[in-house]
Design a protein around this ligand. Structure first.
Ligand SMILES: *Cc1c(COP(=O)(O)O)cnc(C)c1O
Length: 372
C-alpha cells in the first residue's frame, strides 16, 4: 500500500525525486558538488522570477527551523529591534529564538484562531518606533491560515522597516510579493511545497544585505553571511546533505516542468476543495472560515466522541497519515495538508476512508447513500 502523507511535511515523494537520492557518491569539495550547489541556489532564486535578480539563496543543512533561525539570528542587527507578529506556534517559535539570542524584540500576538493584529502593528510603527525588522509567518501551519500579507507589507514599506518572513510552508506554492512587502528575506525548506526530501533548508535574502561583511549571527553554524560568502565562492561551509541536495535539484526541475508555483497552488486548491467538500458533506466542521484557509492545509474540528489517536491509527491502516493540533489545539482539531506527490483521486479516496473510519469508530457522520 502506498502511504500518503497528509501531514504538513515531510511530503509524499514522487518517484523521480526518490530515485535521485541514488545519485553518485560525491565529496562536497569536488567541483561536481560546487556545480550542484550553484544550480540549486539559482533554481531556488528563480522559483519567483521577479526575485532572481535581487535575491540570493543561501542553503542551510537542517530542517526549516534552522533556516528561520539563520535568518532572524543573522539579519536583525544588535542595535536593531524586531517586532514579531504572531498568531500561532511558528510565530511564537521565532520569539523564542530571539529571546535565546538575546536580540531585542517585541511581540504583537493574537490567538491562533485569529488573524494577525495588523492594526496594532500600524500603531506601534507610528512615529519614532526604533523597530528595524518586522517578522511574520506567511502561512501559519498551526491552523492553516494564510496570513494576509498585503496590508502588513504596505505598512513595512511605508515605514521603511524590513520584513522577514517565515515562508516555510508557502514557498513554492503561494504568491510572495517581494517588492511590495519590503521583503528583506524569507526562509523555507526542501520538503514542503517544493516536494523535496527533509534535511536542506534555505534563506532567500536581498543580495545587498548578504554582501555586508558584518555579521550579527549568535552562532557559527547558522551565520547566514558566512555561509553566503563560502557558497558564493563555490563550496559549502561545512558538510552538506549531499543526497538531499540531489533530491532538491530534481524536485525543483519537476516544479518548473509542472508549471511553477502558480500551477502548484492551483493543484493544492483543487485537492483541498475535494477534502473540504467531502468532509463538510459528512458533517465535519472547519476550524477557520473557509476564505482564510490556505490551499495547502485545512484544520477540521475533531468529530464528537472520537479520539485523535484512534482516528490517526485507523486512517493510517487505510494508507493516510493525518496530523494533530499543537498546543491549545491538541485534541481539538486534526489537520489535512495536500502537499507532495498526490492526486485529486487520492483525496477522494481519503474522504471515503474518513467516512469508513468515523463510522467504524462510532462517530457521527452523515450517512450518505453514495459517499463521494
Ligand atoms: C514546518 C514549518 C516550520 C519548520 O519546521 P521544521 O520541522 O523545522 O522543518 C517553520 N515554520 C512553518 C510555518 C512551518 O510550517
Amino acid at each position: 500500500m502506498r502511504m500518503r502523507l497528509l501531514n504538513p511535511g515531510p511530503v509524499t515523494l514522487s518517484r523521480r525525486v526518490r530515485e535521485s537520492l541514488m545519485g553518485q557518491d560525491l565529496c562536497h569539495r569536488c567541483p561536481e558538488f560546487g556545480d550542484l550547489q550553484s544550480d540549486v541556489r539559482a533554481r531556488l532564486a528563480a522559483v519567483y522570477p521577479e526575485a532572481a535578480q535581487h535575491y540570493a539563496a543561501v542553503l542551510v543543512t537542517g530542517s526549516g527551523t534552522a533556516a528561520v533561525e539563520a535568518m532572524v539570528g543573522s539579519l536583525v542587527p544588535k542595535d536593531g529591534k524586531a517586532l514579531v507578529v504572531a498568531n500561532g506556534v511558528y510565530g511564537e517559535r521565532i520569539a523564542s529564538m530571539l529571546q535565546i539570542h538575546k536580540t531585542p524584540y517585541e511581540v504583537i500576538r493574537s490567538d491562533a484562531e485569529q488573524p494577525m493584529n495588523v492594526a496594532e502593528v500600524d500603531r506601534r510603527l507610528a512615529g519614532d518606533h526604533g523597530i528595524s525588522h518586522v517578522i511574520a509567518v506567511h502561512h501559519e501551519t498551526t491552523t492553516g491560515r494564510l496570513n494576509v500579507m498585503s496590508v502588513l507589507g504596505e505598512i513595512c514599506r511605508e515605514r521603511q522597516v524590513s520584513l522577514l518572513l517565515d515562508a516555510v510552508s508557502s514557498f513554492g506554492g503561494e504568491r510572495l510579493d517581494f517588492e511590495n512587502w519590503n521583503l528583506q528575506a524569507c526562509a523555507a525548506t526542501a520538503n514542503k511545497c517544493l516536494h523535496g526530501v527533509p534535511g536542506v533548508s534555505f534563506v532567500l535574502a536581498r543580495r545587498e544585505i548578504l554582501k555586508m561583511s558584518e555579521s550579527n549571527a549568535p552562532c557559527l553554524y547558522l551565520d547566514l553571511f558566512r555561509n553566503f560568502r563560502e557558497q558564493e565562492a563555490g563550496y559549502p561551509l561545512f558538510t552538506p546533505a549531499v543526497q538531499v541536495t540531489y533530491a532538491l535539484q530534481e524536485a525543483l526541475r519537476e516544479l518548473e516542468e509542472q508549471g511553477g508555483w502558480q500551477r502548484r497552488r492551483q493543484q493544492y486548491q483543487q485537492r483541498s476543495e475535494v477534502v473540504r467538500r467531502g468532509l463538510l458533506e459528512l458533517g465535519q466542521e472547519l476550524l477557520l472560515d473557509e476564505q482564510h484557509c490556505s490551499p495547502v492545509l485545512t484544520s477540521f474540528r475533531m468529530p464528537e466522541g472520537i479520539d485523535f489517536d484512534n482516528l490517526y491509527r485507523e486512517l493510517k491502516a487505510r494508507g493516510f497519515v493525518i496530523y494533530p493540533g499543537q498546543r491549545a489545539l491538541n485534541g481539538k482539531i486534526f489537520r489535512i495538508a495536500v502537499m507532495g506527490d498526490l492526486t485529486e483521486e487520492d483525496m477522494r479516496e481519503f474522504v471515503r476512508a474518513f467516512h469508513e473510519t468515523v463510522s467504524c469508530l462510532g462517530g457521527d457522520v452523515i450517512a450518505l447513500a453514495a459517499p463521494v
